[in-house]
Write a protein of this length. Structure first.
Length: 439
């Protein structure tokens, strides 16, 4: 039996695998899109899904937090694999519950998901095994935080320890900005109990890089590197969001750098987690800063990134379902994970006001034109009773161009973006703009 466990559920007579994807964002639509191409796929379900996943799968009105109902429908629908998207569901132990019922699940247990759900826990792990990362103080009170800041130089980074939907990190340029961030974390409690513990962390300068890997608890297979954009507006200005776009295969992510990331960061972390009795199974995400001294860890996530998934999955040449089964069964060493050459560029189209309050129900037009040039992955979308497509969230769509060269992929993405319209639509115009285009 692999680390991911085995199933006691009766298999389909035709050998096909019923799959349940948990989540409702662009990441989950991209996963459904890739899974739907598998010759091994039986029935595909998504809970709760969106208007895009509804075209590929049966949407089930169950939220990621409803573990009882998710386990129930997985049994009822004879699901042979569950792929869990959102971090909160993983941290809450959905994979543990599924495995207890003998249902194979792609994703870490709650104990292994601490690599994302507790930044303080992860910082201790990295320091213990000497993986390069920023220096940090871990504090639990406003007084401790101020005392730590008194010893720091600016800019400085303040991070809520727990899950905060990408909104628990502030880069403070001076003492006034730091004090305002502390007020939000400790006094106003803007991210709630996620800030019961806070990291006061050294600011790292360089270029950010996202490196994801399939991991079966012992071995890993790297995915193409990506770079994402968190700030709401061009030039990395404005509030942090869940991600406004990404592109895959940045020019600065050389083969030598990727070997360094694998040997100095990912492999030691995977080995340490296994040694602690919490092997990591699923998609392991390292958020890195490439500094003059080499790559250093900013954060780890315990799942596929969003919007990174939307620009990585289109480059996968192997069967995603087959790879996921190898991960869950602890047999990644028996599987060749192949990737297409080329690049992908994804631009998020967001509702007016995002990441703050935003309107819903705005009609979306122009998707047919966009899909002639690019892939369009839905996130905050829904269908009205009369079948019209409308906005249903902050991040509405991710428009992805794919090409042999990054310049071609970027041009296709932005050409398709121009075809899509809804009231208040906004997006960044500078995704992948800082790459050198000599192709």
């Amino acid at each position: 039996m692999g680390i991911g466990g085995s199933t006691s559920l009766e298999a389909r007579a035709d050998g096909l695998v019923n799959v349940l994807v948990v989540g409702s964002g662009g990441r989950e639509h991209a996963l459904c899109w890739s899974l739907a191409q598998s010759g091994q796929l039986g029935e595909l379900s998504c809970a709760p899904g969106n208007a895009g996943t509804a075209e590929l799968a049966t949407n089930l009105p169950i939220g990621p937090e409803d573990s009882d109902d998710l386990v129930r429908v997985a049994v009822e629908r004879r699901v042979g694999l569950v792929m869990v998207g959102p971090e909160a569901a993983l941290a809450a132990g959905l994979v543990d519950r599924l495995r207890e019922r003998g249902i194979p699940a792609f994703g870490p247990t709650a104990a292994a998901a601490r690599i994302e759900s507790s930044k303080a826990w992860t910082k201790e792990l990295l320091q213990r095994i000497r993986v390069p990362t920023a220096r940090a103080d871990v504090v639990t009170t406003l007084h401790e935080a101020r005392r730590s800041l008194a010893r720091c130089s600016y800019p400085v980074v303040l991070k809520a320890d727990g899950l905060a939907a990408g909104k628990g990190v502030t880069v403070a340029g001076d003492a006034d900005e730091a004090e305002a961030a502390l007020d939000e974390l400790f006094v106003a409690r803007m991210v709630g109990p996620a800030a019961d513990t806070v990291l006061v962390e050294e600011f790292l300068a360089g270029r950010e890089l996202s490196v994801l890997a399939f991991c079966d608890g012992e071995r890993l297979a790297l995915m193409p590197p990506a770079r994402d954009y968190k700030a709401a507006h061009d030039g990395d200005r404005g509030p942090n969001t869940g991600g406004m776009g990404a592109y895959s295969r940045p020019g600065f992510a050389s083969p030598e750098l990727m070997r360094q990331v694998r040997s100095q960061i990912l492999e030691p972390v995977v080995a340490e987690m296994a040694a602690r009795g919490h092997p990591f199974v699923g998609a392991l995400y390292a958020g890195l800063m490439i500094t003059p001294d080499g790559p250093k860890v900013l954060e780890f996530n315990c799942r596929f990134g969003d919007p990174e998934t939307q620009v990585i999955v289109p480059l996968l040449e192997s069967d995603l379902l087959g790879v996921a089964q190898a991960v869950v069964n602890g047999r990644l060493d028996e599987t060749s994970v192949r990737w297409r050459p080329g690049s992908a560029c994804g631009v998020v189209l967001a509702s007016a006001g995002y990441p703050g309050p935003h309107p819903l129900g705005r009609p979306i037009i122009g998707l047919d034109g966009a899909e002639r040039d690019a892939l369009v992955f839905h996130a905050g979308t829904a269908r009205t009773p009369d079948g019209n497509l409308v906005t249903a969230g902050g991040r509405v769509l991710t428009v992805v161009g794919v090409g042999d060269q990054l310049s071609e992929a970027r041009a296709r993405a932005y050409r398709a973006v121009e075809a899509v319209r809804f009231e208040g639509r906004h997006c960044r115009s500078d995704i992948a703009a800082d790459e050198s285009y000599g192709d």
